[in-house]
Ligand binder design. Structure first.
Ligand code: BGC
Length: 500
């Protein structure tokens, strides 16, 4: 896992770098997240090749969202067809996450050895086979195996897709890729809910819900076939001429291609390994990254994403009502992710983390109250949906985009790749832990108990964000690390000693 991608802060670090980028203490006003995402879209409109990359990028994030989200509605029907008990339902939901952990662990190695491009073609093929295998599964174990297989592609693509795109687009819009990817994940989830709703009345409904994901999977594999190798990968292979050729097709006059190649070489030389993450200087940032990864999951987001139709059925809805109401949840997620991306640079990451997670806390308390008091259920049966919507609003403007953004901002350049990989694996692992235990938890401590437990985790998250997480908006890497009590210079020195 020695691969890496870049973020807005690289521009701040490489103050004398090519392309006249800003010095570390210059506030990168023009390079904000929202502007960068808009910049990515603007660039895509201007340059057809960048448009191709953005579309392929979109498919990667989209499939992540679709394949994880589709189980929500499908579960209502699979459970009956295959006669699944609670623990079987949980594994049917979460097997994909086990696959994703394995996929994310192997992704860096594959991307380095076989290239990002070939890894993504492979992921596209795995997606297609997985979608079809889920659709034709005849038994519970066939379904679990197919979902695990699909997870391999989800984990691989969720890691390699943003990396590949960040390496291909011009440095000045690179930061926007992270948020663009998160937006596509939420759109994938929404479309999964739409497909759950649309196929609900058809025979073999859940099979169709899974099967349609083969189309974007095939589009990814075929699309990637026509995409170039990443210039960074080419340089790492000593194929500088090809890298220059790729860059000349993707850059405009204002970009300094030779400077970019020199920068890639520089970064490659300084690359740290996984072992360097254990060094003292890196520890404070790693604690923040891993803490964010874990809290993003244990506040219970994916019980809502994967089980919202089930929760709405608990609240008294029929299948159709539950699937229709889930559409509102999916749409709220998309809309407020867009709002967050646009405002993250104005109000800061910490504001959204604290405000968003406080909303999640209130919503979870409300859900607990709803399920705890039968009187509330009968007199205010709209409350469950209202709380779910408020919860998803809080997550979409907070932990959803901010976790992915921050792990691309807090680490020094030479350890960013392995550090982000470790955070991603933690994120998938805790995603699995929560998704795999939800129904058991409901059985053990009641529905209200489960939601209140997630609310308690929200409180812990708030305390962690308040005390440990630095603001990264408009700040240089050096400033961030000073606040964390870590020294990037020391981190680099330690890594150099280890390499020597
Ligand atoms: C999380 C996913 C979650 C999604 C919901 C992402 O940031 O990593 O686990 O399903 O947000 O929008």
């Amino acid at each position: 896992m020695s691969t890496r991608s870049e973020s807005p802060h690289e521009r701040m670090q490489d103050s004398d770098g090519p392309g006249g980028r800003p010095a570390p203490d210059e506030a990168p006003k023009e390079s904000g997240e929202g502007k960068q995402t808009a910049g990515l879209l603007h660039e895509a409109m201007r340059n057809k090749r960048i448009l191709g990359i953005a579309i392929v990028a979109a498919i990667g994030g989209f499939l992540f969202g679709y394949d994880t989200g589709v189980i929500g509605g499908a579960l209502l029907f699979i459970q009956k067809d295959l006669n699944l008990d609670k623990s079987q339902q949980q594994l049917a939901v979460s097997a994909i996450l086990l696959g994703a952990i394995v996929g994310a662990i192997g992704a860096g190695w594959l991307a380095d050895h076989f290239s990002r491009r070939r890894t993504k073609i492979l992921a596209g093929c795995v997606y297609v086979i997985g979608a079809i295998a889920c659709a034709v599964a005849q038994s519970y174990w066939e379904l679990v195996a197919a979902r695990f297989w699909l997870g391999l592609a989800v984990g691989t693509a969720s890691f390699v897709a943003p990396m590949y795109i960040a390496e291909l687009v011009p440095p000045r819009i690179r930061g926007g890729v992270v948020s663009f990817n998160q937006l596509m994940v939420t759109i994938g989830i929404l479309l999964a809910y739409i497909s759950d709703w649309a196929f609900a009345g058809v025979s073999n409904n859940w099979r169709w819900m899974f099967a349609v994901a083969a189309i974007p999977g095939a589009a990814l594999a075929i699309g990637m076939f026509f995409m170039p190798y990443s210039p960074r990968w080419l340089v790492e292979q000593g194929r500088d001429d090809e890298a220059r050729e790729v860059l000349s097709r993707l850059r405009s006059d204002e970009d300094d291609i030779d400077g970019e190649i020199a920068e890639i070489k520089d970064v490659t030389k300084q690359q740290a390994s996984l072992g360097d993450l254990l060094k003292k200087a890196v520890r404070p940032m790693l604690i923040v990254g891993i803490g964010l990864a874990i809290f993003q999951q244990i506040v219970g987001i994916n019980t809502v994403i994967y089980y919202s139709p089930t929760i709405l059925k608990f609240a008294g809805q029929q299948n159709t009502g539950a699937l229709t109401q889930s559409l509102f949840i999916g749409a709220t997620n998309v809309v407020f992710t867009i709002v967050a991306i646009m405002l993250l640079d104005k109000l800061g990451r910490r504001f959204f983390l604290l405000f968003g997670t406080s909303c999640c806390f209130v919503a979870l308390i409300g859900l607990g109250v709803f399920f705890h008091f039968p009187g509330v259920q009968s007199s205010a049966n709209w409350l469950a949906l209202a709380c779910l919507l408020f919860y998803i609003f809080g997550f979409a403007i907070g932990l959803g985009p901010v976790f992915w953004l921050m792990i691309s901002e807090i680490f020094p350049l030479n350890i960013r790749g392995p550090a982000m990989a470790v955070c991603t694996v933690f994120n998938w692992a805790f995603n699995f832990a929560i998704a795999y235990t939800f129904l058991t938890l409901v059985g053990a401590i009641t529905k209200a108990g489960a939601f209140w437990l997630y609310a308690f985790f929200c409180l812990c998250a708030l305390a962690f964000f308040w005390t440990m997480v630095p603001e990264t908006k408009d700040r240089s890497l050096e400033e961030i690390e000073q606040e964390l009590g870590a020294s990037p210079q020391e981190a680099e020195r330690e890594a150099e000693v280890a390499r020597a």
